[in-house]
Design a protein around this ligand. Sequence first.
Ligand code: MG
Length: 354
Amino acid sequence: MYSEFLMKQITMAHGAGGSIMSSLIKNYVVKYLGGSNAEVPLEALDDAAVIGDIVFKSDSHAVKPIFFPGGDIGRLAVAGTVNDIAVLGAEPIALACGLVLEEGLLLTEFEKILESMSEACKESGVHVITGDTKVVERGTLGGCTINTSGLGRRSAALDRNISEVQKYRPFNAKWILDANLRDGDNLIVSGTVGDHGLAVLSSQEGYDFGSQITSDVAPLNKLIAHLLQVGGIVTMKDPTRGGLSNTLNELSEKSNIGILADEGKIPIRGDVKAACEMLGIDPLEIGNEGKVVIGVIPEKTDDVLEMLKATKKGKNAQIIGEATKDFRGVALKTAIGGKRILAPPIGDPIPRIC
Ligand code: MG
């Protein structure tokens, strides 16, 4: 199915978060680097790993351009890693930051990025405690790339959440993993999808969508900590590269269960929908950086949704579907009453969004 070209060298599609990237990770990275005895190891391909009750995550950020409507690479670098740790149900506690700066980057821009990182650190309560800085010759880096790695730990909120699930059904997982979804669990998305990808695309290509589509990039750890207090959450995932479509397909595959989603219930801004129609791209395949998809037991769904809707970051949250044992994969109930398969995307249609 993939061209011979894709089999011989790295292409932009190999970094786009869909099935091509997933094959690259499984057939190369996991093949050579997998095989540890971590509790949640590399090969689980979850948002972060777990070793000895410590959650550990690394994420490199290469967004182009480094400044975009609603954010920049600094805010993205903090939020990306904090969110990947938080969606396992862990409390993120510290970050390491590796900066690779390109010759020619203005010091005023560098300072703006650091200020933005500092703000995101304060917002999340997670700070950079170690790091490294390198400089490379002028080239195609686009200013800088930033790697952040982070540590997280178990929290009382996670234990409370798990005991709340166990009141209603057997639940053996110690963490909030992609593989935890079961028949009847509901799926909630915390807000509108597609905003981040389109905001980055508009600055990459100089598009003017006639409205202010801004990135949703934000750390979600405090919001997630509140949700865990409500309880009943079995899985969480941030729908980044490959968008909601990729996220639902990963949850379905790892949990070995079907997902039936309702197209009409998925929150999408009107201007995002219109821009996607104009460009011929699917808003469900576009990456987000300030949203979370939550799998929750039916008994706690209303409580979790109500709590989310009372917050600024979750005010547009919706129940978008449920897990079902009736089939495998992801199906979408369409507006006209039919059903269509929501196949995993080959890749995010917009390159270098994170
Ligand atoms: Mg993630």
